[in-house]
Design a protein around this ligand. Sequence first.
Ligand code: NI
Length: 254
Amino acid sequence: MQFIDTHAHLNFSDYDKDRDEIIASAFKNGVKYIINVGTDLNTSKESISLSKKYDRIFATVGWHPHDAESYDENELLKLLDNKKIVAIGEIGLDYYRNLSPQNIQKEVFEKQIKIAIDKNLPIIIHDRNAHNDVLEILKKYNPKKVVFHCFSSEYSLLWKITEKGWHASFTGSVTFKKGEYYSIIKDIPDDRFFVETDAPFLTPKPFRGKRNRPEYVRFIIETIAEIKQKTPNEIAGITTQNAEKFFLLTKKLD
Ligand code: NI
């Protein structure tokens, strides 16, 4: 079984002691590609460095809503010169922690959407307790390629994004909140979702509470397979194909 971890933060200090081993182990244990996601200037640069060091790691760049106040558009544009960048993200709104004022979060979110459209790059959304504003802002610009990372278990949101042709991505949450996610996973069309760890966070069962690692995507796939009554291999195939097409991964390797 081969699969893609479409959202990890392997640059975080959680991996400072054994990053190379964690990555080697991932590629030995089913991971085909990893997308390492930036959240501000430094982490975006670190994501690019990882993508340069490892053929099978891709990078995204962007300012997370927590870091909206440090947004620097010139720096973002400079970073985008790198050819292994596969998306702008993670960007969006976080009204749960509100680490930046909401008006600044919105402004920085909109600016980055415009750049993504201009550069023809997919957008990775971070949306926490901000569905209405996130949807309203997205609909204003109507980007074609959007994925809601760590998709929430709110059923009505599913149809609001799939009707726009957008995607959802599932983390380890689906393994420990299986009941809450059951209907969403059962009903989401096969061509509309990916899988991700959000490592080091959201470690799936049976390793919940420990540090996450890309190879644990396997457990997310197994849960989805059980709910969709397919084999894990089928779900791995579907999600790999979806992610490769959405992020144009093989094209970026040419
Ligand atoms: Ni993340």
